[in-house]
Design a protein around this ligand. Structure first.
Ligand SMILES: *Cc1c(COP(=O)(O)O)cnc(C)c1O
Length: 377
C-alpha cells in the first residue's frame, strides 16, 4: 500500500532511538521543559544558523507568539499569501491585526513580490491601517523569494516573519530556511518535513531580547526570576519533553539523509512527469524540503480524472489547497474578490499533490507516474 506520507516506515527505521528517548523522559518524569527541550532547541538553532530557538506548542502559536513579541496588534496590516494553510493568515487576526491577502506566483506557489508591493501601496493609500509585517510562507517546502521580499520590507520598513511550517530543511544557496527575515516559525505537526508525534512548533531569532520575551510569553508571561510574578499576559504553549525526545533522533535522520531522499524522490517524479504535466519548479540556488510534491494539471476536469485514476489503483493524492484564503468563510468579512487573486484561484483548480516522503521506493514512484501518464496521454 502506497502511503501519502509514510510515518510508520519512518518509525520502524528509527524505533530503537525513539522508544529509548520516550522511556528516558518517563523515567525522569521531567515532562515540561525537560533537558531534551533545551538540547533540541540548541541543535535546531545551530542547524538553521540562528542564535536562538524557542520551542512552543504548535506552528500556529509560533506565528502568533512571533507577532506578539513585536507588539503587532489592532490597526496593523500584516501581509501574507492567499494560497496557504489558514494559520499564515489567521495569526494576524488572532493578535487583533488585519490580514491582507496577496496573490501568488503560479510557478513557485509562493507570494508574488509584485502583488505584495501593490497591496502595500493600496493599504497606504487607504490610510486606515499601518503596514507592519509580511508573513512570508515557504509553501510546499520551497523558500519564498526572500531577495525581493527583503527589498520590499526595507523600502516600507516592514518586519519579515518567515512561515517555515512546511519549509524546514530548505535552503537558498548556503542559507537554511528558518534563517530568513527577522523571525522564523516552524511546525512539528506529524506530516510536516520534520514532525513529532503530536503538536509542536518552534520560533527562531537572532535577537536576545525577543527570545527572552518569547520564553516568557509561552509560559503565561512569567518573569525570568519569579514565575508567580507575571510581567505581562502570556499563553501556555510549550513543546512537551516527550515530543522533544522524539524529535532529536528524527532530526538526525532528517539532516543526515531524509532531505536528500525527498529530493531524489522529487527529481525522479519530475523526470518521469515533465512531458505530461507542469512539474514544480525549484529556482536556481534553491533547495526544497518537499513538504508536498505538487503538480499542475491543465484544468479541473483533467485533475479529477487523474485523481480518480490514482484512487482506482490504490494511490492517495490530495488537493492542497481547494480554496484561497479570500474564499474562506472566515475572511468573507473583507469582501475580497477572485479577480484580485487570479493565480491563487487558478492554482486551486489545477493543483494535485502526490505521495511524498523519504521512504518512498523507486518502483512506487514509477508506478504512480505510469498511472498518471496513462490517464493523460
Ligand atoms: C501547518 C502549517 C502551519 C501551522 O502549524 P500547526 O502546527 O498545524 O499549527 C502554519 N503555516 C503553514 C504554511 C502550515 O502548513
Amino acid at each position: 500500500m502506497i502511503q501519502f506520507r509514510d510515518l510508520h516506515a519512518q518509525y520502524l527505521a528509527l524505533k530503537n532511538d525513539i522508544d529509548k528517548g520516550i522511556n528516558e523522559v518517563i523515567e525522569s518524569s521531567s515532562f515540561i521543559l525537560g533537558k531534551q527541550v533545551n538540547a533540541l532547541e540548541k541543535e535546531l538553532a545551530d542547524f538553521v544558523g540562528r542564535k536562538y530557538c524557542v520551542s512552543c506548542g504548535n506552528g500556529t502559536d509560533a506565528l502568533v507568539l512571533a507577532l506578539k513579541a513585536y507588539n503587532i496588534g489592532p490597526g496593523d496590516a500584516v501581509f501574507t499569501a492567499d494560497f496557504t494553510y489558514i494559520a499564515s493568515a489567521s495569526c494576524a487576526e488572532l493578535v487583533g491585526a488585519t490580514s491582507i491577502l496577496v496573490d501568488i506566483n503560479l510557478e513557485t506557489f509562493n507570494i508574488s513580490p509584485i502583488s505584495l508591493e501593490k497591496q502595500i501601496e493600496k493599504v497606504i493609500a487607504e490610510g486606515k491601517l499601518k503596514p507592519k509585517a509580511i508573513v512570508a510562507v515557504d509553501l510546499f517546502g520551497l523558500p519564498a523569494d526572500y531577495e525581493e521580499i527583503v527589498k520590499i520590507a526595507t523600502k516600507y520598513n516592514l518586519l519579515i516573519v518567515e512561515d517555515a511550517a512546511q519549509g524546514f530543511g530548505g535552503k537558498i544557496r548556503e542559507k537554511r530556511a528558518c534563517s530568513f527575515g527577522d523571525i522564523s516559525c516552524t511546525s512539528f505537526f506529524p506530516a510536516k518535513p520534520l514532525g513529532c508525534y503530536g503538536d509542536g512548533g518552534a520560533i527562531f531569532t537572532d535577537d536576545e531580547s525577543i527570545a527572552d520575551r518569547l520564553k516568557s510569553l509561552r509560559a503565561g508571561g512569567k518573569s525570568p526570576n519569579d514565575k508567580y510574578d507575571n510581567r505581562e499576559i502570556g499563553t501556555n504553549s510549550r513543546l512537551d519533553t516527550i515530543q522533544a525526545a522524539i524529535l532529536i533522533p528524527k532530526f538526525h535522520a532528517f539532516k543526515d539523509y531524509e532531505i536528500k531522499n525527498v529530493n531524489e524522490v522529487a527529481n525522479l517524479y519530475s523526470s518521469l512527469l515533465e512531458e505530461v504535466v507542469i512539474v514544480p519548479r525549484v529556482p536556481t540556488g534553491y533547495l526544497s524540503s518537499w513538504a508536498q510534491y505538487t503538480i499542475l494539471l491543465k484544468n479541473s476536469d483533467e485533475r479529477l480524472r487523474v485523481q480518480q485514476a490514482l484512487k482506482n489503483n490504490g494511490i492517495p493524492s490530495m488537493i492542497y489547497y481547494p480554496r484561497g484564503m479570500h474564499q474562506q468563510q472566515a475572511f468573507k468579512k473583507y469582501g475580497l474578490e477572485d479577480v484580485d487573486y487570479p493565480n491563487s484561484v487558478e492554482a486551486t483548480k489545477r493543483v494535485l499533490s502526490l505521495p511524498m516522503h523519504p521512504y518512498l521506493k523507486k518502483e512506487e514512484i514509477e508506478y504512480i507516474c505510469s498511472i498518471i501518464k496513462k490517464e493523460i496521454e
